[in-house]
Design a protein around this ligand. Sequence first.
Ligand SMILES: [Zn+2]
Length: 246
Amino acid sequence: MKPHMSVSQYKRWQQCPAKEYARQTGQYIDVPGPALHGGIYVDLRLLGGDAQGYAESNDMLTKSGALNRTSYGWCEAAIDRVKNSEQAMAMLAGESHVKLDFEFAGVQWIGEIDCLPEGLPEYFVDLKTCKDFLPVWKEVDGKRRPLPFYEAWDYWVQMAVYWYAVEKNKDPLILAVTKHKERPGLKALDFADYDRLERELERVEQNMPLIQLYKSGIEVAPGCGSLECDWCRGESLEIERAESLF
Ligand SMILES: [Zn+2]
């Protein structure tokens, strides 16, 4: 078990406790796909780091040493899109990859802030690569409805926890670029809604005791049962009465 908590780990416990328990005990192995690799590569290129080494060790290059265009053709377009925007570059000029280590909700957290911009001392910035900026259909209280992409991907909780980590004296800002090979979109999203950020923090505090019980094995971590969950899909034999529609 990982001794610390992180935002991504927290989100995984919320999505499917059984899957996260299996992950942490080595029964479920994550295989990161091109979406994750591409995002990390773009981050390293824009914020500094060994992007070339990362690409080499993750099988992202063709024999000639260029990025594989089929999977990663969008990466150069995203990098150019950000670099060609003076405003976006100002948001990324500053201290990058700032490590966080803090206590919250009774547990120790680790995290990383992408950038603390020099020219915007009142903000911290997280760089994201997104499929697009279209609303995402998701089930909310039993009803499918379109959500803004940042709600659907739960960006608020990450922004709230990092906002807490910087002692609530810098506002969260997401710089998002889309994964289009041609004319990618670029958006800066300001998350300075303090009521919402506080509500997110309260939710984390409420959920943490149960996560700790699952993590320690005192409570059996239940499956989420979602049809979209690859862990739950492989675990049970469901007996279901066929519905007659015609
Ligand atoms: Zn599940």
